[in-house]
Design a protein around this ligand. Sequence first.
Ligand code: F6R
Length: 359
Amino acid sequence: EKGTYAHYMLKEIDEQPAVMRRLVQEYTNASGELEVDEEITSKLNNSDRVYIVACGTSWHAGWVGKKLIENLTATPVEVHVASEFAYDMPIISEKPFFIFISQSGETADSRQVLVKVNELGYDSMTLTNVAGSTLSREAQTTMLLHAGPEIAVASTKAYTAQIGALAILAKVAGVVNGNENAVAFDLVHELGLVANAMEVLVNQKEIIADLAQEKLSTTRNAFYIGRGLDYFVSMEAALKLKEISYIQAEGFAAGELKHGTIALIEEGTPVIGLITEEVMGSHTRGNLKEVESRGADTLVISMEGLEKEGDNIILPKINTLLTPLVSVIPVQLLAYYASLQRGLDVDKPRNLAKSVTVE
Ligand code: F6R
């Protein structure tokens, strides 16, 4: 099934351009328009607040989803870790709409929340890769990721499919509501550009493998920093690195680093900066300078048009709302090569299972 690939993770990283294209196809109707189940868009549009509940990588996708839904539908969104929400529920609005994001659809922490949401009679949807999964059956409605089976423990193509699907949901719901941003957003075109950009990046494996060797081969810890969407991807980048390379890593809001954590920067500490947005990106560059002057070994991933001399990886230019779909590709590959170069079990890291069915 892996074919010529040494690991499922690398195969699944490589599949992402095709997954993006398939996702668009699956949600395009006979007249060539994006379409989402009417029950879902009306539940979202009738709600006064969306609550996204998830764990791990799916939770990270939820943060990007918040940005997309707020931008394209003007409905406020909260993002919650399932295991916290289950036992410490925040104040819920009058007309909430719950979105459970789960690749497997079997995560016990998320199910725990869904059981309570059902008891309370709230509207819900599960965004999952697995039709007929527990979370899919128990929520009122389902959107599928159509990403194909994800075998590697470290989630890659499910994360990008989750963000793509949330973008489609936000766009369609926004258009139904006549939201100007949603109407003006040519998502099919933009996701086509995303798929092309992903392809460019998955073809830069040697460059990224060399960077992993240079920056991550002996370190015990590492930091990812960014602002806005780049912060959300920094959290996902750090999780990916931790779980398969066992390097202690943290994804940090770039501006917050100096409020304490900068004390951890030593001679040679790797700090990887993500820069996909102009104003916030220029501040992140300032934060990179701060850590460099304290000895950090920096690596910069920047978007075309914002690049500076010396940046290590340049992302093809795509729409500012969709940057996580491309900025995550090189950080997935950095994690993959860091794990490989350390001789670790890339697809089956220690202490982890693909679906976590205990609370
Ligand atoms: C990280 C990873 C986990 C899962 C988390 C949620 O690579 O795979 O963090 O994202 O356990 O799993 P699902 O999405 O199946 O609910």
